[in-house]
Design a protein. Structure first.
Length: 257
């Protein structure tokens, strides 16, 4: 009975420690492993090649993690679940092409951005290129992305359809269930490069964004260590090498050049 009570109490305390406190840097260092979460459905940034998680962000995060003297351990989850898991201390870092937005910055702490990009209009028709062209049209975005707000801000009434993944939004466009979609410009460029026969046309950009990793709110020790390590990969040529490999250009933000 007593043992049971002690165990219950201990697990209650543990659960409490897990939910209330993100792992600070020294706890992570003692453990030696950094727990990273991503989506795995967003090529060429984070995706699966068979069972293997890969992509620019996966390689960049592993460079950064090793610079920090830690071993990376990955979890792949739905995009929606990623930032919430930081507050619940389910993982230490999220890296899944999140733009730094004021709203997100209330809930998580962002690191130095690892690239700069923006949302671009993709359509099957060359007449749908600009924000004005989208008036009265149906536009697809991935649920939980910054593109929803970006599309809503556009002038002219249009309707937005949410899809669980970016690839679902793409399928809807191919099936002509929507008129256009908004996705990352590098994702769109890669799409065109890989399937030039798809008929996808790239239009205007509707947002400019700085993309960063995120940690639990206020875990600045971890965020700073990540940012320093990221800077080091940008200084030693290793960041440039993987950026060239995936994009044939260096996609770091202007402030990091
Ligand atoms: N950059 C956009 C945002 O901040 C899209 C990110 C989508 N990421 C992903 N892994 N599907 O919301």
């Amino acid at each position: 009975m007593n043992i049971l009570r002690t165990l219950t109490l201990a697990s209650a305390l543990c659960a409490c420690a897990f939910t209330l406190q993100a792992r600070p840097l020294d706890a992570i260092r003692r453990d030696g492993t950094l727990l990273l979460a991503t989506e795995g459905q967003y090529a060429p940034f984070n995706y699966f090649q068979g069972k293997q998680l890969t992509g620019f962000e996966i390689e960049a995060a592993e460079l950064v993690t090793r610079k920090m003297g830690l071993k990376p351990q990955w979890k792949a989850l739905g995009f929606d679940a990623l930032l919430a898991g930081l507050q619940q201390d389910r993982w230490d870092v999220v890296i899944a092409s999140h733009a730094i937005t004021d709203e997100r910055a209330k809930a998580v702490t962002f690191t130095l951005p690892h690239y700069c990009s923006g949302g671009v209009i993709v359509a099957l028709s060359p007449t749908l290129r600009t924000a004005q062209d989208l008036a009265g049209k149906v536009v697809a975005v991935q649920t939980g992305t910054s593109y929803l707000a970006a599309v809503r801000r556009l002038p002219g009434s249009l309707s937005v359809k949410n899809f669980p993944t970016d690839t679902d939004a793409r399928s809807a466009l191919l099936a002509k269930r929507v008129d256009a979609l908004v996705t990352d410009r590098f994702v769109a460029k890669e799409l065109l490069r890989k399937s030039p026969q798809s008929g996808f046309q790239l239009g205007e950009m509707v947002t400019i964004e700085r993309i960063a990793a995120a940690v639990a709110p206020g875990n600045t020790g971890l965020a700073d260590a990540w940012s320093q390590a990221l800077k080091a990969t940008m200084a030693d040529g290793s960041y440039a090498r993987i950026s060239q490999k995936y994009f044939q250009e260096d996609i770091r933000c202007p402030e990091s050049r």
